[in-house]
Design a protein around this ligand. Structure first.
Ligand code: TRP
Ligand code: SF4
Length: 411
């Protein structure tokens, strides 16, 4: 009994981290694809959400003037979505220069080929062919992202599927770094000291699981060891040593993160394609309610439904995708029945969607209002968050500098 009480207090909270480039006002695709998930995650994890302004410069270095206004607009939309600065750490990447330092240090030991083969590298160069992206910074984009993640020892990175290769690269970079720099000269001795401090039963359990994992590849045993480790009272460095020892290696200075795929509630744009500002088919989170109504009224429907008397097929209709997100079962049944029998018209069908989106947006407006009135309050939140983030980032950097043979900071 006593032990359970202790361990629940002592287990360090797992961290979640995600970032967005400052694109300005966000749309409903961002809300349902990412922000709604952030809002849930902040209840459960230590959550870092940040504005990736340096990442924006990798592609928009020729138009830097938009960054500042875009940051505020975007963060107001985070707050409008319900991201809570009392729970989450909200900050700006460039305010935490440690990200750049880690990026530089990781660049020393990251093979060029790893970056060249990241799919977004060639794709984006082709897609954004009006820009010159044959730059050093753009090639390093995913490595900077790896630094963003690793510097906070984030366990989970909520992202869309296009970002999974970046998290995968982050894992490889961490593994290589730990392999190269996690072998402390006195590792075995320190590990011994650390094991001596543990409860004998815990040591026995760890040793047994470790052996099953290393000798017969038993993944369950490895996971059991990791879970047990999570619940032990340990210093940060001892935890890193034990974590590495379980894997048969040295100290795990950098934690391998996992992507946390947002179950894609695919929100189509007004024309049925993916919602995107550049396609001009987006509904802003804080769109004008009157404009919103006319936008949805003009939305195309099942092309086979030419006349009101023609039955339709919801699966061929982007409005149906909106019902899947916004409507309860009873309304959806009404649509399925009414559309396929031509009992309802498309205007009838769109009405509940318009109302549901307006209700959602009313909440966004309400939460955003104080910040629209006082944009400096957004800055206050980001300033406070950046300080907290910098302190956490510096903790990792102290270890990284030492492991790479650099002296502690003098200035
Ligand atoms: N590359 C991400 C995107 O375009 C933004 C980003 C930068 C990010 N750093 C990150 C996301 C770290 C997650 C974690 O969406
Ligand atoms: Fe689409 Fe609804 Fe019209 Fe059917 S009735 S085609 S689901 S808008």
């Amino acid at each position: 009994m006593q032990k359970t009480e202790q361990t629940s207090v002592q287990a360090p909270a797992q961290s979640v981290l995600s970032g967005m480039r400052p694109t300005g006002a966000l749309h409903l695709g961002h809300y349902h694809g990412a922000l709604a998930n952030w809002v849930k995650l902040q209840e459960q994890y230590r959550s870092y959400f940040f504005v990736a302004d340096w990442h924006a410069l990798t592609t928009h270095y020729e138009s830097p003037e938009v960054i500042q206004t875009n940051i505020r607009e975007m963060v107001i939309d985070w707050l409008a979505a319900g991201v809570d600065p009392e729970r989450s750490i909200l900050f700006v990447q460039s305010q935490v220069p440690q990200h750049a330092e880690l990026h530089l240090l990781l660049s020393m030991c990251t093979p060029l080929a790893w970056l060249e083969r990241v799919p977004s590298y060639k794709d984006q160069q082709a897609n954004l062919s009006d820009k010159d992206l044959t730059t050093y910074g753009f090639l390093g984009y995913p490595l900077l992202q790896a630094a963003d993640i690793l510097i906070y020892s984030a366990s989970w990175v909520p992202v869309g599927d296009d970002q999974v290769p970046h998290v995968e690269l982050t894992r490889e970079v961490a593994r290589r770094f730990n392999h190269l720099f996690g072998r402390e000269p006195d590792f075995d001795q320190r590990l011994g000291h650390c094991l001596k401090k543990l409860d004998v039963d815990d040591i026995a359990a760890l040793k047994k699981s470790r052996a099953s994992w290393l000798e017969s590849g038993d993944v369950n045993a490895r996971d059991a060891a990791r879970r047990l480790l999570q619940h032990l009272y340990l210093t940060r460095s001892d935890r890193q040593r034990l974590a590495g020892w379980i894997e048969g290696g040295g100290r795990q200075l950098l934690l391998e993160p996992q992507p946390l795929l947002t179950e894609a509630s695919r929100l189509p744009g007004l024309d049925g394609r993916k919602m995107s500002k550049s396609y001009g088919n987006a509904i802003a989170m804080r769109d004008d309610p009157v404009q919103l109504e006319s936008k949805i009224r003009k939305m195309p429907t099942d092309p086979a439904r030419v006349r009101r008397s023609d039955p339709g097929d919801p699966e061929q209709c982007p409005v149906w995708d909106l019902h899947k997100i916004y409507s309860e079962t009873s309304v959806r049944d009404w649509v399925l029945e009414g559309c396929t029998s031509a009992a309802i018209g498309c205007i009838d069908c769109k009405k509940p969607v318009i109302e549901a989106v307006q209700r959602e947006q009313a909440l966004f407006y309400q939460r955003a209002e104080p910040f629209v009135k006082h944009p400096d309050h957004v800055d206050d939140i980001l300033r406070a968050g950046s300080r907290i983030a910098a302190a956490a980032a510096e903790q990792t950097m102290v270890e990284v500098r030492e492991a790479m043979g650099l002296s502690p900071r003098w200035v």
